[in-house]
Design a protein around this ligand. Sequence first.
Ligand SMILES: [Fe+2]
Ligand SMILES: [Fe+2]
Length: 273
Amino acid sequence: MNALDCTVTAELETSMWKIYRDFFDMAEKKRRWRIREDIPWNECNPKLDPAIADVIETFCCVELYLPDYVSKILPLVRQSKGRTWFYANWGYEESKHSLVLGDWLLRSKHRTEEYMADLEKKVFEREWNLPEGDALGMLAYAMVQEHATFLNYRNLKQRTIELGGDPALETILSYVSIDEAAHFGLFRQFYEMFLKVDRESAIAAIRPVLNHFQMPAIHDLLDESPRRIAAVRDLGIFNEEIFFRDIYTFFLNFLGISKAEMRGPRIKKSLAT
Ligand SMILES: [Fe+2]
Ligand SMILES: [Fe+2]
């Protein structure tokens, strides 16, 4: 059993609670934003390259799996106040992401109400499931995922500027990418604690995440997955090179995990035949 499977020590719980309170207080003070008031909605650009709107639609769909993201993780961490309170707050912040991206698709006239209603219906017909089976696995997954999501939104903002510009969308992508970076920061703090306490289990937990990385929902739940993935790649938002440099190598470096550790223990071949 690893350190996060059931209960963790009171000391770790206290540390996680403190990390969460600092995270929450900082979010209340510096990071809150309002969809109606803080976006320059009259500066949407209907002539923005449609390739950008296509990717916004894909990311909006990914964010729409929120009911599964929240409802499936909470039972795994229910005994931990720091983690449950964090996930409740995280769910609120993530709920704004699909809302604001959907609002932009409508207000910029890149999509119609009917189209969006149909899209949501398709999303809710399918169910996302946890990619890892325990809390430590999900912590490693979430940490990597949040950083990847931050990169996606940051790079998408850059492409938006290059492909015609849209002050409303650029503002949205700034707020959303800052949220994703903050989520990554909290998961990172949690994960690093467990890496100190139980290095072997923590590395075993991140190994499958880094070795088989996939963005949630895009690959297996959305219609026209190959087209959507190609669009993200063609715009240079996320591709194999970005993954290797900004995810795989980035995580190994800052966590101080060697490539040998990432490969894992060698399975000894039995001499018996
Ligand atoms: Fe998000
Ligand atoms: Fe996030």
